[in-house]
Design a protein around this ligand. Structure first.
Ligand SMILES: NC(=O)c1ccc[n+]([C@@H]2O[C@H](COP(=O)([O-])OP(=O)(O)OC[C@H]3O[C@@H](n4cnc5c(N)ncnc54)[C@H](OP(=O)(O)O)[C@@H]3O)[C@@H](O)[C@H]2O)c1
Length: 219
């Protein structure tokens, strides 16, 4: 079994996957960028190594990344999740999977949450990967903040999971990003509310012309 120190990002060439990978690399974790095209992944990994001296970052196909990673983070668009995870079921097996996917739609300038039959994107991932240990996290941590090195991100990451190992792993991952804290958000069923709240934040970003995120007080 690969080390939990090795984090594979499926769809890691996009803004969110690359941003998370860069922060994990800064924290000294080994990261693998996954892509449908190995060359794209290699270019993205090279960018991380250039931005973070001494970083352990490599680029592989999504399937190779899923097999080589100890923890798998899913950062593909929600429309691509079914096809992507179905193809990776065997490679992922019983690993911890952290799903950052937010099912949103944009219509006539209005953003809203997409209601999936499984309740949430993370619930869909759990249905697609019955052996895996699933957590939902990182929905409110936007890519621009992740890429704004060396600034702290100032965001709490609400983690929802039924599996205790997956929940602990996601909370620990959040904690290794400066300014970020992982907070236990309850079971995987709560992922539907956490994912959907992202639509509210995006609406606020537009209204206030800023980049909002979430802080939980009282803990
Ligand atoms: N952007 C944010 O600030 C943010 C914040 C929180 C959560 N999220 C969530 O994180 C996920 C990724 O966001 P993003 O902005 O990084 O998205 P993105 O750039 O649109 O997509 C990420 C990567 O997914 C792969 N991909 C795209 N279409 C695909 C398809 N049809 N089949 C398989 N792979 C495909 C692409 O990689 P290859 O072409 O290299 O395969 C792409 O680079 C989304 O679910 C989003 O809701 C985003």
């Amino acid at each position: 079994m690969p080390s939990l120190e090795v984090i594979a990002l499926i769809g890691g060439t996009g803004a969110e996957g690359l941003g998370l990978a860069t922060r994990f690399a800064v924290a000294g974790r080994s990261v693998i960028i996954g892509s449908r095209q190995r060359e794209r992944a290699e270019v993205a990994a090279e960018g991380i190594r250039a931005a973070v001296p001494g970083a352990s970052a490599r680029g592989l196909t999504n399937e190779e990344a899923a097999a080589a990673g100890g923890i798998i983070i899913v950062t593909v668009p929600y429309e691509a999740q079914v096809e992507t995870l179905t193809a990776l079921r065997e490679a992922i097996g019983g690993k911890v999977v952290v799903d950052a996917v937010v099912p949103l739609k944009f219509e006539r300038g209005v953003v809203s949450a997409v209601v999936l039959p499984e309740g949430s994107a993370a619930g869909q991932a759990a249905a697609l990967l019955p052996q895996a240990k699933i957590a939902a996290a990182f929905h409110h941590l936007g890519a621009p903040k992740l890429m704004a090195l060396p600034h702290d991100v100032e965001c709490d990451v609400v983690v929802c999971a039924d599996d205790s190992e997956a929940k602990a792993a996601a909370i620990e991952l959040a904690a290794c990003i400066p300014g970020c804290r992982g907070v236990d958000g309850g079971g995987l069923a709560n992922a539907s509310y956490v994912e959907a709240f992202t639509a509210v934040l995006i609406g606020m970003n537009r209204k206030y012309k800023t980049r909002t995120s979430v802080r939980i007080t009282g803990i």
